[in-house]
Design a protein around this ligand. Structure first.
Ligand code: GLY
Ligand code: MN
Ligand code: MN
Length: 469
C-alpha cells in the first residue's frame, strides 16, 4: 500500500477538473475509466501488475480492479467516485494491504468511493438522463461490452421515464491531448527516471570494459550487462524497466527489437543497449552504443560519428515551432550524407543526399523513425497530426496529415541509428555494426532540454568513462 505524493493528488484533481470542463462543452455526462486487468502468467503467478495510464493520470491510484467514474454537470462541476476492492482481511494476508473504499476516498480525495463489486448496480443510475458517456475506446478488450450492459440497464428503465445517454465519446481523445503536455510534477518524475536510467547505462558500460579485461567464467554475456542495468534501476528506486531491455552485442544490434539474451560479448564488438526504467508511473527511454572493451575501432568510429552527428542535427531541430518530422528530416540528411561518404550507398544509384532520401536508398540501413512521444507510456499517447489543420497535398498528389507543431511541455525521444547487416554488396569492414543513440528531450521555446544527458554519448566521453571503470 503506497501513500501517494500530495502534489500528485493535487494534479489529479486538477486534471479531473480540466476533463470535466471539456465534457461540459457537449452537455456533460459520465466518464468511466477502468484501470488495467491483472494478467495471469502461468497457474498461480501473475505478470507484475501495472495500472492503466489513463486511470492513473486522473486518480493517482494504483491498485488493480479499480474504476473511476466522473459525473459532470452541464455547468462543468463534477463528482468523482472511485470503485475499488473492498477491505478483506483474509485476502490481504496473501496479497497485501489494500486501501478499501473509505481510506481511498480520504487519502486520495475522491468525492465518494464504493466497493468495486457494486459497479454494475451503481453505474446505470449514474448514466440515466445524462447527455453523453465517455470511456477509453479500444483500450481494454471487453470493456465495450460492459458499457453496453450498463446502457441496456438504463434503457430497461425507459418506462419509468429515464433516458440513456444519446452519445458515446472516446475519452482517449481528450486525455491524449492533456497527457501530451507534461506538467511540472510529471517533469520532475521523468527527470528522476532519466537520471536512474543514465546511471544504469554508465554502470553497464564500465561492467562491459571490466568484463572484457577479466571475463567471468563462461565469458562475458549480454545478460551480465542487463543485470547491471536492472541493479541500477532498482537501486535507484525505480519499480521496473519501462520496456523490455535490449542488450545487443555485435550483429544482434541490427535486430531492432532484440531482447537482452545470452550471446557472448567480445572485445571487438559494439554493444547496443536500449533500456530504461519506469519510476512512479513514468517512463524513460535511453539507447547508447559503445565498444565492448572501451575503444572504438576504425569502421565503428566512422559510423558512430555519423549517427552522433545525425542525433545532434535532430536535437537542434527539436524546438517549439518546428514540426514533429523536422528532427527526423534533419537526422536523415546527415545519415544520407554518411551513407554516401562511406560507400554504403553507391553514388551511381543515388548521387546526392536528396536522391538517397527520394529513392529510399537509406531505408536498408535506417528503417525506423527518429522520435516518438514519451511520458507515462514509453511510446506515449498524443496526436502526431496538428489538430484542426487540414491534410496537405504532396507533390505526388497524395495527401498527408499536417505534422504536429512542437510546443513547450512536450517530451519526445531523438533516436537515429544505422544498422549494417552483412551482405555481398556492403563493404565487409561495416558488416554487422548496429548503432542507435537515443535521448529523451523536453521541448522548449528556442531549444530542447536533453533529459538523459548524464549517459556518456560522445566518443571521448564513452572512452574516458569506460577507461575510468
Ligand atoms: N525502446 C523503445 C524505443 O526506443 O522506442
Ligand atoms: Mn524510443
Ligand atoms: Mn528506446
Amino acid at each position: 500500500m503506497n501513500y501517494p505524493d500530495p502534489t500528485l493528488l493535487v494534479r489529479c484533481a486538477q486534471r479531473r477538473g480540466r476533463l470535466a470542463a471539456q465534457m461540459a462543452r457537449t452537455g456533460g455526462g459520465v466518464a468511466i475509466v477502468p484501470t488495467a486487468p491483472e494478467v495471469m502468467r502461468n497457474r498461480d503467478s501473475d505478470y507484475p501488475y501495472r495500472h492503466d495510464s489513463y486511470f492513473y493520470y486522473l486518480s493517482g491510484f494504483s491498485e488493480p480492479q479499480s474504476v473511476l467514474v466522473l459525473v459532470v454537470e452541464p455547468d462543468g462541476s463534477s463528482h468523482s467516485t472511485l470503485f475499488c476492492r473492498a477491505k478483506d482481511p483474509e485476502r490481504e494476508i496473501w496479497d497485501g494491504i489494500r486501501f478499501g473504499p473509505d481510506a481511498a476516498r480520504e487519502v486520495f480525495g475522491f468525492d465518494a468511493a464504493r466497493p468495486v463489486a457494486e459497479l454494475d448496480a451503481e453505474v446505470p443510475p449514474l448514466l440515466a438522463d445524462r447527455a453523453g458517456v465517455w470511456w477509453p475506446f479500444a483500450v481494454h478488450t471487453g470493456f465495450e461490452t460492459r458499457v453496453e450492459q450498463w446502457l441496456a440497464a438504463v434503457r430497461g428503465q425507459s418506462r419509468a421515464g429515464h433516458r440513456a445517454p444519446a452519445a458515446q465519446y472516446d475519452l482517449c481523445a481528450l486525455l491524449d491531448e492533456m497527457r501530451l503536455f507534461k506538467d511540472d510534477f510529471e517533469l520532475s518524475v521523468i527527470r528522476r527516471a532519466a537520471a536512474i536510467s543514465a546511471a544504469g547505462h554508465r554502470r553497464a558500460m564500465q561492467a562491459s570494459g571490466r568484463g572484457c579485461r577479466q571475463p567471468p567464467s563462461g565469458g562475458l554475456r549480454e545478460y551480465h550487462l542487463e543485470a547491471e542495468l536492472l541493479h541500477a534501476f532498482r537501486a535507484g528506486g525505480a519499480q521496473a524497466p519501462a520496456y523490455g531491455s535490449i542488450v545487443a552485442a555485435g550483429a544482434n544490434a541490427c535486430i531492432l527489437h532484440y531482447r537482452a539474451d545470452s550471446a557472448p560479448v567480445t572485445p571487438d564488438q559494439l554493444v547496443l543497449i536500449d533500456a530504461a526504467c519506469e519510476l512512479d508511473g513514468y517512463a524513460s527511454d535511453i539507447t547508447r552504443t559503445f565498444p565492448a572493451d572501451g575503444r572504438f575501432y576504425g569502421p565503428q568510429r566512422t559510423l558512430y560519428a555519423i549517427v552522433l552527428e545525425a542525433q545532434e542535427a535532430a536535437l537542434a531541430a527539436a524546438r517549439a515551432g518546428n514540426r514533429f518530422h523536422e528532427p527526423h528530416d534533419a537526422a536523415l540528411r546527415v545519415l544520407a550524407q554518411g551513407l554516401l561518404d562511406t560507400g554504403l550507398v553507391a553514388r551511381d544509384t543515388a548521387p546526392d543526399v536528396d536522391a538517397v532520401i527520394a529513392t529510399g536508398a537509406y531505408r536498408r540501413f535506417y528503417m525506423h523513425r527518429t522520435s516518438h512521444w514519451m511520458g507515462m507510456d514509453v511510446h506515449d499517447c498524443g496526436d502526431y497530426a496538428e489538430p484542426g489543420e487540414p491534410a496537405q497535398t504532396q507533390p505526388d498528389g497524395t495527401t498527408r496529415p499536417a505534422a504536429r507543431i512542437l510546443r513547450p511541455g512536450m517530451v519526445m525521444t531523438i533516436e537515429p541509428g544505422l544498422y549494417i547487416r552483412a551482405a555481398a554488396d556492403v563493404p565487409a569492414a561495416f558488416h554487422d555494426i548496429g548503432i542507435r543513440i537515443e535521448d529523451d528531450v523536453l521541448i522548449g521555446e528556442n531549444r530542447c532540454e536533453v533529459l538523459t544527458a548524464m549517459a556518456p554519448k560522445t566518443i571521448a566521453e564513452i572512452e574516458d568513462w569506460m577507461q575510468a571503470g
